[in-house]
Design a protein around this ligand. Structure first.
Ligand SMILES: [Zn+2]
Length: 336
């Protein structure tokens, strides 16, 4: 096994390899992106990898979440545990830690302790903004990545206050009205985003310069964009500006969920106000929701066994549920 990294060493040098083997990377989310990144990092010989995920393996994950098997889905294994077993078999030298928890503003700082790099493989923007705040506070590079359909996007938050953070770029990023549950996804785009993130992680660990560029790629059409976003750094940004208050880390901005007494319904108010194009959503969701009715203020429809009312600002009422975490799952799968 002595020469297992020989070809990588030819490229990054023995010195680079030593840095890789001494590094600690935190992966937030072990779905499609997390699986792809984790496998590359483990094969590269990263010293320590922290695998964080709140979910368990389901059959509909297997099309793109490369670490999991039918047996994992049949056994309802938590993704972090199933991933650890597979990854450890690939490389016994890597130290793997698993965390089966939801990432929130209470636990994030503990989870990223001593990390050299944080890799974003989550499925919702609120978690990303919590991680972004924590990354900026502690000066840890945070590699944003997301994909839906055949489209992927990537941006390295350098967290050095010399380049924009994710919060600075919010208006440039795609509106979160599409998710893998509504628009679907093909697996090749997952590989592209993960490849970008892992390359950036290796460069950072090896002490190479990483540019603050936003890259997007549609792997179906071949359209590619690359944007230097340095000029978008906002000195008034609440997360990285001169008077930053880290609103997501400090819990000022977070989604509110309230069970509506006696109505078997949950009211959801997203952390950041959205501006949803309801007629376009009604068209887009036609094949995945039932009994959809729209007017200029709201959409009403049936989805996953619930009647849902969705307002233009992103608020929603999910009927037929008292359990707040179930309501959250339904909402995130639709609106992201
Ligand atoms: Zn910022």
């Amino acid at each position: 096994m002595k020469d297992r990294y020989r070809k990588q060493e030819l490229f990054i040098g023995k010195d680079g390899q030593a840095k890789v083997e001494n590094s600690r990377i935190v992966l937030i989310g072990m779905g499609a992106l997390g699986s792809a990144s984790a496998e590359m990092l483990v094969r590269a010989g990263i010293g320590e990898l922290v695998l964080i995920d709140r979910d368990y393996v389901e059959y509909h994950n297997l099309q793109r979440q490369q670490l999991y098997t039918e047996q994992d889905a049949a056994a309802y294994l938590p993704k972090a545990s199933a991933a650890k077993e597979r990854l450890q078999a690939i490389n016994h030298q890597v130290t793997l830690h698993t965390v089966i928890e939801n990432v929130d503003h209470h636990n994030i700082e503990h989870l990223i302790e001593d990390a050299d790099v944080i890799v974003d493989a989550t499925d919702n923007f609120e978690t990303r903004l919590i991680v972004n705040d924590a990354a900026v506070k502690h000066g840890i590079p945070y590699l944003y990545g997301a994909c839906v359909g055949s489209y992927g996007i990537n941006y390295p938050v350098l967290a050095n206050k010399a380049a924009p953070c994710l919060h600075c770029l919010l208006e440039q990023l795609p509106q979160q009205s599409e998710t893998c549950d509504t628009a679907g996804i093909i697996s090749p785009i997952v590989q592209w985003v993960a490849a970008m993130q892992v390359t950036e992680a290796l460069k950072i660990i090896c002490g190479q310069e990483v540019k603050a560029e936003l890259c997007a790629f549609d792997i179906w059409t071949g359209e590619h964009t690359r944007m230097d976003v340095k000029c978008l750094q906002n000195s008034d940004c609440p997360s990285c500006g001169t008077n930053a208050v880290l609103p997501f880390l400090n819990g000022f901005s977070r989604t509110r969920l309230d069970a509506l007494c006696g109505r078997e319904a949950v009211h959801i108010r997203p952390a950041a106000k959205k501006s949803l194009e309801l007629p376009a959503l009604a068209e887009e969701w036609a094949s995945i929701v039932d009994e959809i009715t729209a007017n200029e203020f709201l959409l009403v429809f049936q989805y996953m066994g619930h009647r849902i009312v969705l307002f233009t600002d992103g608020r929603a009422i999910i009927h037929g549920v008292n359990d707040i975490s179930r309501a959250r799952t339904v909402y995130d799968s639709l609106v992201g």
